[in-house]
Every structure is written in C-alpha cells, then in structure tokens.
Write a protein that binds this ligand. Structure first.
Ligand SMILES: O=C(O)CCC(=O)C(=O)O
Ligand SMILES: [Fe+2]
Length: 214
C-alpha cells in the first residue's frame, strides 16, 4: 500500500507520451516524428545491414509460428526477429526507448502490455505488403502495432513504399498515406486498422513489432 502511494507521488506526466495516448484514443493511430534521433537510426541501420549481410534474414511468412506460409503475392519483405536478451548496442537503445513507452502506457492507460515481439524488415525493390489486419496472424493478443523506419537520411517520397492505413470517418473509408521517413514511428491498433505497404522502388528498412497482452 505504502509503495503504491509513493509511486503515485513520483509519477510525472510526460507530454510526449500523453500526445501519443490521446491520438491513439481519438483516431486509433499516431505518427511520431523523430522518435529515434538521426544517430540512433544510423546505429540501427548499421546493425540491420550487418545482420542482413551475414544472411540472418528470412523471407517473411504469413500465419502464426506453427502454421507459416510464404505468399510472395501478399508480402515480399525479409525479416529477422529481435531478441532483447541478446541485443547489441543498437538494439538495446531501441528497447530502452520502447520499454519506457510501454511502462508509461501501462501506468496511465491500463493497457496491460505484457509481452512484445519485434523484427527488422527489409523490403527489396519491387516488393510490397498487401492490405491486411495484423491479427490475421492468429494472435489476438496483439494490441498495438509499431513501425519504426530506418531508411537513409536522403530518403524521398519517390522511393515509394508508403504505409497506407485505412481509417474510417462517418462510415466512410479514409486512406491515410504515411511515408517511411527515417526516425518516424507509426503506432496503431492492431485489431482495428487495416493497412498496406505500397510497392517499394528503393529498398525500404524498418523495425516492426507488436505490444501484446497475455
Ligand atoms: O512497414 C510497414 O509500414 C508496415 C508493415 C506491416 O504492416 C507488417 O509487418 O505487418
Ligand atoms: Fe501489418
């Protein structure tokens, strides 16, 4: 009891996280510019390329882990799952920022996020990910999807690969187009919003993952 009160007194409202929470509540998605700094993106990109060159990536599949199918006509990316326990410097920095957000979400929104899963993703030229809902992976525990873009600093909209989120307003579908600018993080409700990755014209790099309840 005493500890709980102490924790409440210690709690400081954080405007950065509060904006994320209120946007998620209002429209089920939120775009955070510069969630990662240029330097952090550069570290993560370097680590991604090292692993990619060492051939650690595999063709992304559809379905849950025991029932994986690879459909090239649905998604064309290559992925590598991140293991927090074996994280290098770059991945540790990624998890530190992410865990701070999760702690805040759990304290303020009672979301009950207990687990997470994240992977690096490389979309080679010409690939895409057709419209889908992230819970089609047979995992109803996925609450929030997060996509963190690791593209080069000179990444341009002509490079394609925009994320389109299909929102709804007054019963009408409203597609929202979001470019994968480096450092940008897009967060959305996994069970609600369908989305797709448009065809990529220049290799597209990201970390994608899910915050999950039990
Ligand atoms: O990379 C993105 O923008 C979205 C990726 C995605 O939808 C997924 O991996 O489920
Ligand atoms: Fe998705």
């Amino acid at each position: 009891m005493e500890t709980e009160l102490f924790e409440q007194l210690e709690f400081k409202e954080n405007p950065f996280y509060e904006r994320i929470i209120s946007e998620l509540q209002d429209k089920q998605y939120c775009v955070v510019e510069e969630f990662f700094t240029r330097e952090e993106v550069a570290e993560l990109r370097k680590s991604l390329w090292e692993k990619y060159q060492e051939d650690h990536f595999k063709k992304a599949a559809i379905g849950n882990k025991t029932n994986e199918v690879i459909y090239k006509e649905v998604r064309g990316d290559f992925i590598k799952w991140l293991n927090e326990a074996e994280a290098g410097k770059a991945e540790q920095l990624f998890f530190d920022k992410l865990n701070a957000l999760v702690t805040y979400l759990n304290r303020t929104c009672f979301l009950g996020i207990l687990t997470k899963e994240f992977h690096y993703a490389v979309y080679p030229e010409g690939t895409f990910y057709k419209r889908h809902l992230d819970t089609f992976q047979n995992d109803g525990r996925r609450k929030l999807s997060l996509v963190c873009y690791l593209n080069d600093e000179d990444w341009k909209p002509e490079n394609g690969g925009e994320l389109v989120i299909y929102t709804e307003e007054k019963g009408q579908e409203v597609p929202v187009k979001l470019y994968p600018f480096p450092g940008r993080v897009v967060i959305f409700e996994s069970q609600v919003l369908e989305h797709e990755v448009k065809p990529v014209k220049t290799e597209r790099l990201s970390i994608t993952g899910w915050l999950k309840t039990r």
